[in-house]
Design a protein around this ligand. Structure first.
Ligand code: HEM
Length: 489
């Protein structure tokens, strides 16, 4: 019998809801993109496309396809973040090609795991400021944990980036950055042509970017004037030199990278930590197991960098939180050429490929009882058997988050410092929703009550740490309560 030639794999086309002329499915999204996308995923499966205004988004959810786009064929998929460039310039998050490769090569060592010992001081300092502030509150005091985590991660990244040079200017810079983030979210669904219009949001955005640039230029000047005075990230950026070409970064490039790191590294970690406290408050037995680990390793002391690395269960709690609440819940690439995914689906040339860790992390074919919070999924032996594309809160491949170690160490440290001292209890009647914008965060805030722990080893005293030096005493959420939720202790 004659041998049959191998069958060509069948090429399949994406499908999705039709929507309306011009606007596509935008009216159906109704401000809740995450809810809408989850619903369509249930209806259409792993390959669906959505027409949102002028763009069509092609969702890639299956782990095999995710791995292919981010790793095996990453060269075909570029970052489509042109609209971020007026804020981030040619910083790492938005750049592509040779410039990105050079910048990544230069900056990777500053964020390596080994370098984290260097940044640990800034993280501990930020944590101590938080503890000092909370030590003034009575038992049962209600705080907005979201605002508190934001304030703390801003403090940490400012301290790591500028050391003491920021003193006095911190408040103005951080407020301007808050405004840019806020405007970015509002501009997300503005069509490209309207981004230059004199709308109030565009005007506020431009003004805030100007304030940020001025402040950063001042900090760069201060570092250049007295280089020996500083030992922070900005110093490393200004001094870094490409081993291959001997080139240094231009001041504009340094500025772009500083804004990029602020943008990428502050809000994400703060939201992740907020979700940790939220989910632990719903799972007291898991919280108890974490407290037990922390108490037995540290006996109430401030941890050292090395000790942080020994807290396996605490790290698993963080990893599982990021599975259920991946703060970078959605991100995109643009296909340079037409491509066929491993699943056989066709990606048209130029299309917007949309990756959603939120969906993949809840894929029932890859995660047993996917909606359940179970940190033990991340025990090494179990995790090793997991598909490599099934978990990617920090993305994967060459464009994987550069701040993974920074985020993991910072988050674990802040979890430890708070867990040694408090149980955080969700405020009665608190309605906490998921707000999916550029990042996924609790909405409108995260009101929680502080219950000092009495069952663990006595923690190191923090009352002598003093006020909030680096950021000044901000009035916004200055008493720790949520301005939107409106409750005060
Ligand atoms: C829980 C915290 C964090 C999460 C979940 C997270 C997640 C991510 C993700 C998903 C990306 C890829 C985005 C894309 O490809 O479109 C990314 C990129 C990046 N992140 Fe993070 N991030 C976190 C914290 C940080 C921190 C603390 C820093 C810096 C201190 C940082 C710096 C960066 C940079 C520079 C990039 C761009 C890397 C490149 O394209 O080469 N991130 N992050």
């Amino acid at each position: 019998m004659q041998k049959q030639p191998p069958k060509e794999p069948e090429i399949r086309e994406y499908t999705g809801p039709r929507g309306y002329p011009l606007v596509g499915v935008l009216p159906a999204v109704g401000g809740d993109l995450l809810g809408y996308v989850s619903k369509i995923w249930r209806e259409y499966g792993d390959h669906f496309s959505l027409r949102l205004g002028a763009d069509t988004w092609y969702f890639v959810v299956h782990p095999e396809d995710v791995k292919y786009v981010l790793q095996a064929n990453h060269r075909n998929y570029l970052k489509p973040y042109a609209s971020l460039k007026d804020l981030l310039g040619e910083g790492l998050v938005a750049a592509d090609g040779a410039l990105w490769r050079r910048q990544r090569r230069l900056m990777q060592p500053m964020f390596s795991h080994k370098k984290m010992g260097h940044h640990f001081g800034a993280m501990l300092e930020g944590g101590k400021q938080l503890l000092s502030r909370w030590s003034r509150y009575e038992a049962g005091h209600e705080v907005d944990v979201l605002a508190e985590m934001h304030r703390t991660t801003q403090h940490v990244i400012s301290q790591a980036m500028f050391g003491d040079a920021l003193e006095g200017q911190a408040e103005q810079l951080c407020d301007a950055l808050d405004i840019t983030m806020h405007c970015l979210e509002q501009r997300m669904f503005l069509p490209s042509f309207a981004k230059g219009w004199p709308l109030p949001v565009n005007r506020r955005y431009k003004k805030a970017i100007h304030v940020v640039s001025e402040a950063l230029q001042g900090l760069i000047d201060a570092h250049l004037a007295e280089p020996e005075r500083f030992d922070d990230l900005l110093t490393l950026l200004l001094q870094s030199q490409d081993e291959e070409t001997g080139e240094m970064m231009s001041h504009q490039q340094v500025m772009d990278e500083v804004i990029t790191i602020f943008f990428a590294g502050q809000e994400t970690t703060a939201n992740a930590l907020s979700w940790v406290w939220y989910i632990l408050s719903l799972h007291p037995a898991i919280a108890q197991k974490m407290y037990k680990e922390i108490d037995s390793v540290l006996e109430g002391r401030f941890p050292t960098f090395e000790e942080i690395l020994r807290l396996d269960y605490t790290v698993q709690v963080f990893e599982e939180t990021l599975r259920l609440f991946p703060v970078a819940w959605i991100f995109q690439r643009q296909a340079i050429e037409e491509d066929i995914l491993p699943s056989g689906y066709r990606i048209p040339k130029g299309s917007l490929v949309t990756l959603s860790p939120y969906l993949t992390h809840r894929h029932s074919a890859f995660w047993e009882d996917a909606e359940q919070f179970r940190p033990q999924r991340f025990v090494f032996e179990t995790r090793r058997k997991q598909h490599l594309g099934a978990y990617y809160p920090f993305s994967s491949g060459p464009r994987v988050c550069m701040g993974i170690s920074f985020a993991q160490i910072e988050a674990t440290l802040l979890m430890v410092l708070l867990a040694q001292r408090y149980r955080l209890e969700l405020a009665p009647n608190a309605q906490v929703l998921r707000k999916p914008t550029a990042t996924l965060r609790p909405y409108p805030c995260l009101p929680m009550r502080l219950r000092p722990r009495t069952d663990g080893p006595k923690p190191t005293d923090v009352t002598d740490v003093g006020g909030d030096r680096a950021r000044g005493e901000r009035t916004k959420a200055g008493d720790g309560s949520c301005p939107m939720h409106g409750q005060r202790a």
